[in-house]
Ligand binder design. Structure first.
Ligand code: NAP
Length: 299
């Protein structure tokens, strides 16, 4: 249980609602800023005006999936107020407090460093990334269906990168009857891809693979689908780039060549916000409870 733990929730989208429910269920005292436009009843959570005073009592601060932008602005889809995380706020936090977010930009990391406040990035964790790969793969399939005039069954698909997202996606496409090639760089991934029934190739040999795909899904967060690769593609091919911004595709050249190329960030929050919220909520509540135990609060 989280009885006596003060949680400050700042902004966010529909995913935050799952977190609020979960933490309230565990009896945490939840204070909300950036939810004033939301008319749903939120268990026992209390709405408050954003300001330094909110930080003084917080044991835990929860920020949205992308903690802040490069200037400290916190996205709050349920509010018209501007929420900005600044020195004065973090300076007020008790030293034992922790800030949780999905992923942090350098601004937030620096702020936490400056004041010795622990920062936890949930999307960096393997468990969260693997659970999140399920809605991500479903979102990628949705985009593939929306942007092609063929079935995925029988389609020639290339998945670039067999990490936490690529693996789930390749398996999902295979399950739908696609012919799946997997671009990898390690021998272990090559062997695993072979064992899974994908047709593996090394990303250093990407060029010859580009002559026949219907769909290319990229999960490699570096420029990989270059102009040279795109020049080799058939005109029917569609590129769906899942890697974090700016993706791994030369979008300018794709447009010039008339190849459809889509950068698709944040799919879990778009296609399945409730599931994505639950994934974050389960992990977050476990981590806060573990932390309490480690600190010996015995709450
Ligand atoms: P991951 O587990 O680290 O997988 C990344 C894969 O890319 C690994 O297989 C890695 O190979 C490979 N890779 C990295 N650099 C490479 C290079 N230069 N050449 C060849 N292969 C390379 O990451 P993930 O969790 O799957 O996430 C992948 C990307 O998708 C990230 O940018 C993440 O932010 C993004 N993402 C997007 C969404 C969305 O909704 N669009 C959702 C979740 C994640 P090694 O194992 O050999 O390093």
């Amino acid at each position: 249980m989280l009885t006596g733990t003060n949680v400050l929730m700042l902004g966010g989208d529909a995913r935050a609602l799952e977190i609020i429910h979960k933490l309230s269920e565990l009896d945490a005292s939840v204070t909300l800023a950036g939810f004033d436009g939301l008319h749903t009843h939120l268990s026992s959570a209390v709405h408050a005006e954003y300001g330094e005073q909110l930080f003084e009592q917080a044991d835990v601060v929860v920020l949205p999936a992308v903690g802040t932008d490069d200037d400290g602005k916190i996205t709050a889809v349920f509010s018209n107020d501007e929420l900005k995380l600044q020195d004065g706020h973090v300076a007020k936090l008790p030293k034992h407090s922790t800030i949780y977010t999905g992923m942090a930009k350098p601004y937030l990391r620096q702020l936490c460093d400056n004041y010795g406040i622990r920062l936890v990035e949930l999307l960096e964790r393997d468990d969260v990334a693997i659970y999140n790969s399920i809605p991500t793969a479903e979102g990628a399939v949705m985009l593939a269906i929306q942007n092609t005039d063929i079935t995925i069954h029988g389609a020639e698909c290339i998945v670039l990168g067999l990490g936490r997202t690529g693996f789930t996606l390749a398996r999902t496409l295979q399950g739908l009857g696609a012919s799946v090639k997997a671009g990898v760089r390690s021998e272990a991934d090559f062997a695993r891809a072979h064992e899974m029934g994908f047709r593996p190739f090394y990303t250093t040999d990407l060029l010859p693979q580009m002559s026949n795909p219907d769909l290319i899904f990229n999960t490699i967060p570096t420029m990989i689908v270059t102009a040279q690769m795109i020049a080799n593609l058939p005109s029917r091919a569609v590129i769906i780039d899942l890697a974090s911004k700016p993706g791994g595709t030369d979008f300018r050249f794709a447009e010039r060549r008339g190849i459809k190329a889509i950068l698709a960030p944040g799919l879990p929050g778009i296609v399945a916000p409730r599931t994505a919220g639950r994934i974050m909520a389960d992990c977050l509540s476990r981590l806060i409870q573990d932390d309490l135990q480690l600190r010996g609060d015995g709450r």
